[in-house]
Design a protein around this ligand. Structure first.
Ligand SMILES: [Zn+2]
Length: 128
């Protein structure tokens, strides 16, 4: 009997990431394809540009606050209000945005992540 050979697919490694705002009143964890192989979004819209966001879109089900809750964060909406930008009212750090069924995590809020090593995918949010 011959053995079947599985097609060799690029293996997706899923990792767990943790992070939070600077003062740690809000902390979170989520799972996502390893960020060494998956690019993060560098958007040129007015707020991403000003705040220096590097965004990772995570299904809401894969994201979990471990300290505080989303509602503890201050909210900011503008323009077409596709996303609610949320930041810590104590330390001011913009940790994430929320949209329909999605959490866009700011890579800069992830613990121990070297953002210089990330692959950036440029997104033209300014033109939307
Ligand atoms: Zn804070």
């Amino acid at each position: 009997m011959s053995t079947t050979t599985e097609p060799v697919a690029a293996e997706k490694v899923v990792k767990e990431y943790k992070g939070g705002c600077h003062c740690k009143k809000f902390q979170f964890e989520f799972t996502h394809e390893a960020l060494d192989t998956s690019p993060v979004i560098s958007c040129n819209c007015t707020i991403c540009n000003q705040r220096g966001y590097l965004l990772i879109f995570v299904p809401a089900a894969d994201f979990k606050p471990t300290e505080g809750s989303l509602d503890d964060l201050s909210k900011y909406e503008f323009g077409k209000k596709h996303l609610v930008h949320r930041f810590c009212s104590n330390c001011g750090c913009g940790v994430l945005c929320t949209g329909a069924g999605t959490v866009a995590v700011n890579a800069r809020a992830i613990e121990g992540l070297d953002t210089d090593k990330l692959t950036l995918k440029h997104y033209d949010g300014l033109s939307l």
